[in-house]
Design a protein around this ligand. Structure first.
Ligand SMILES: C[S@@+](CC[C@H](N)C(=O)[O-])C[C@H]1O[C@@H](n2cnc3c(N)ncnc32)[C@H](O)[C@@H]1O
Length: 253
């Protein structure tokens, strides 16, 4: 394999081309058959929406590219043992391995169920790591992030992108407690969740699978959840379509 395959289904990456073509054909028909200007106007607006949404998926959401680290503060010493919770096909894992060339990542995922990625496997994330030339610093484990198979204080840092916000309230609490348990005191946790901002609202106006966050919007929900799990929140912010919170594990009293 010579290019990335993150496995996000075409519905997410190219699905807007279907309404784009359909509404463009309807605009052409409306002009040709001299349908009412009102109808032609509605089809034009819908075709423009589909075109704008497709551009957003390709240039803003970029589901088929590795993520970019939203903050330079994360693991700024550049080395350490890092966990990626809900690593999937590797966009967040490659984000860490590429930005922090001395770090080692353990990618953890349940590798079952549908989360926008078809037929996901550990082999796919390893293949993506080979494309990036970082596979020597990666190991992959199949596990549930609500019950991690690792010893207390065994990792220096952790990330999780677009995974914990798929869980229900209890799942969020359990997974945050688990990441807190397996990080050493002072260890950093970078949580990235979907931010239903203007980009997302335009491209995906219908409901999607990020339930806990979507129904309880706002950064405070996540900062309080991290604090409740034993983290000091040291930074938070947004980038297009995402919200991030950087926490540091408090020393155990
Ligand atoms: C939308 S994908 C995000 C993957 C990757 N972090 C990224 O940014 O592209 C969500 C991932 O979370 C994983 N996941 C969901 N619930 C999980 C659980 N309880 N334990 C482990 N992984 C889980 C899914 O299998 C899926 O790979």
């Amino acid at each position: 394999m010579t290019s990335y395959d993150f496995g996000y289904t075409w519905v997410w990456t190219h699905g807007h081309l279907v309404p784009l073509v359909a509404f463009a054909v309807l605009v052409a028909l409306a002009v040709w058959r001299r349908w009412s200007r009102w109808l032609a106007g509605v089809f034009t607006v819908l075709a423009l929406w589909a075109a704008a949404s497709f551009a957003i998926t390709q240039h803003v959401l970029r589901a088929n590219m590795p993520l970019e680290l939203p903050t330079a503060s994360f693991l700024h010493e550049g080395t350490g043992r890092v966990l990626d919770l809900g690593a999937g096909s590797g966009r967040s894992t490659l984000m860490v391995l590429q930005a922090r060339p001395a770090a080692h990542v353990t990618a953890v995922d349940i590798y079952r169920g549908y989360f926008g990625i078809d037929d996901n496997t550990p082999a796919r994330i390893m293949a993506n790591a080979r494309v990036a030339g970082v596979d020597g610093r990666l190991d992959v484990q199949t596990a549930d992030i609500r019950a991690l198979p690792f010893a207390d204080s065994s990792y220096d840092a952790a990330v999780s992108a677009f995974a914990i916000d798929h869980l229900n309230r209890e799942g969020v609490t359990r997974s945050l407690a688990e990441v807190s348990r397996v990080l050493r005191p002072g260890g950093e946790f970078l949580l990235i969740v979907l931010n239903v901002d203007g980009w997302v609202k335009v491209a995906y106006p219908l409901p999607h699978g990020h339930g806990y966050f979507s129904h309880s919007p706002g950064p405070n929900r996540w900062t309080s959840a991290l604090e409740g799990a034993g983290f000091e929140v040291v930074e938070q912010g947004t980038r297009p379509a995402l919200l991030y919170v950087l926490g540091r594990r408090r020393p155990t009293p």
